[in-house]
Design a protein around this ligand. Structure first.
Ligand code: PMP
Length: 412
């Protein structure tokens, strides 16, 4: 087009000066970006993320729409219903945070805890340690109760600590993915309420794979991630707050440190408050919402009880197979074994890292080492959502058998 008809003489002069004086780029376009994107297909049998089936991937490939369009609000409302089903809760304050499990963890802690509040964290692996650190960072007085490695806390241990520390919030990981422990939940919510304390539960590695009833078990805040049993890509994190939790959150003396995770704003964006209009807070990751909705639809189609039963049957079959190979399970008590993530005692005399990389190289299959307190002690195998099948167990057992035959053994 004719620039003179668009810009004034003055503007043209400035444009000319800018282009003449502009320094050359010191960072050229990267060569690597000229190559096409290549992503391998692996069997994702670590503690997460798990494989995403085509139906859920395709849902995420739908066109982007506005994060404030009526159509996305309808999708978000479907997600809310799906989360209420998955969590077994009637809580109105139910939504998905834009971010991974850590984001939900911080959302729970930042909104319910004020500086100076007392917080108690059950440590039966890395997640209790992280929750304690998050609460510490915002100025809470934090105490921990530590379970033995591969074990869990009794309700008596918990009550003793509640009565001693009188916390405002008690954190517990239901599925401790670092140790493979499934922590019992019954009666703990009631104990917390006896001591006027909120009960916060991490179900990132457990929800959908083993029974959990948010309302009946009197859990005040429950969160999870999208990338485990749900088989959606990482990046959205369902969370729900009870009426009791909302009372604390909406009667704070101070504002939460995070604007992004402020429940006042999130509640409005997700239509969980009674306000007639929604105000822009952040640009919701709409395509991630599509995938999350689809993953919740898959879970609802199968039915929670069927999913729980399938994970349990497959885990028992897996555990029996491991023991028949002479491998040992890190969690001794059967009832306390997480059916989604199995921890195997690192085979004696082997380098666990070599086993992991051999299995990836030879069998295209991801398994993982320990995490936090379990590093060097265990191998971790996650069979979650669509990955939880006897055929996949057979594949993992064959890969492990092959690795033990071919990897270097320093001690016998
Ligand atoms: N809690 C548990 C029990 C987990 O297994 C994980 C992820 N491994 C998280 C929290 C954190 O989730 P993310 O990596 O999605 O932030």
């Amino acid at each position: 087009c004719n620039l003179k008809s668009v810009f004034s003489n003055e503007a043209l002069l400035i444009l000319g000066r800018v282009s003449r004086n502009m320094p050359s780029l010191s960072v050229p376009p990267p060569k690597c970006l000229q190559k096409p994107l290549v992503v391998p297909h692996h069997h994702m049998f670590g503690p997460g993320p798990s494989n995403v089936p085509p139906r859920i991937l395709e849902a995420g490939a739908n066109p982007v729409i506005g994060h404030m369009h009526p159509e996305i609000f309808e999708i978000m409302s479907d997600i809310k219903s799906g989360i209420q089903y998955m969590f077994q809760t009637q809580n109105k304050m139910t939504l998905a945070v834009s971010g991974t499990g850590h984001t939900a963890m911080e959302c729970a802690i930042f909104n319910t805890v004020e500086p100076g509040d007392s917080v108690l964290a059950a440590v039966n692996g890395i997640w209790g340690e992280r929750a304690a650190e998050m609460a510490e960072r915002i100025g809470a007085k934090v105490n921990t109760i530590v379970a033995p490695p591969g074990g869990y806390l009794t309700n008596t241990d918990i009550e003793k600590a509640l009565s001693k520390h009188r916390p405002a919030l008690f954190f517990l990981a239901h599925g401790e993915s670092s140790t493979g422990v499934l922590h019992p939940l019954d009666g703990i919510g009631q104990l917390c309420h006896k001591y006027n304390c909120l009960f916060l539960v991490d179900s990132v590695a457990s929800i959908g794979g083993t029974p959990l009833y948010m309302d009946q078990q009197e859990i005040d805040i429950l969160y999870t991630g999208s990338q485990k049993v749900l088989n959606a890509p990482p990046g959205t994190a369902p969370i729900s707050f009870s009426e009791r939790a909302c009372q604390k959150v909406f009667n704070r003396r101070t504002k939460p440190v995070s604007f992004f995770l402020d429940l006042n704003w999130l509640a409005n964006y997700w239509g969980c408050d009674d306000k007639p209009t929604r105000v822009y807070h952040h640009t919701g990751p709409v395509t991630a919402f599509y995938s999350l909705r689809e993953s919740l639809a898959v879970l609802a189609e199968e039915g929670l009880e069927n999913s729980w039963e399938r994970h349990e049957t497959v885990a028992e079959y897996f555990h029996a197979g491991l023991e028949s190979m002479g491998l040992k399970l890190f969690v001794k008590e059967k009832q306390a074994r997480l059916p989604t993530v199995t921890t195997i005692v690192a085979p004696y005399g082997y380098d666990w890292k070599e086993i992991m990389s051999y299995i990836m190289k030879t069998h295209n299959l991801e398994i993982s080492g320990g995490l936090g307190p379990s590093v060097g002690l265990v191998l971790r195998v996650g069979l979650m959502g669509c990955n939880s099948s006897k055929a996949n167990v057979d594949m993992v057992l064959a890969a492990l058998r092959d690795a033990l035959k071919h990897c270097h053994r320093s001690k016998v």
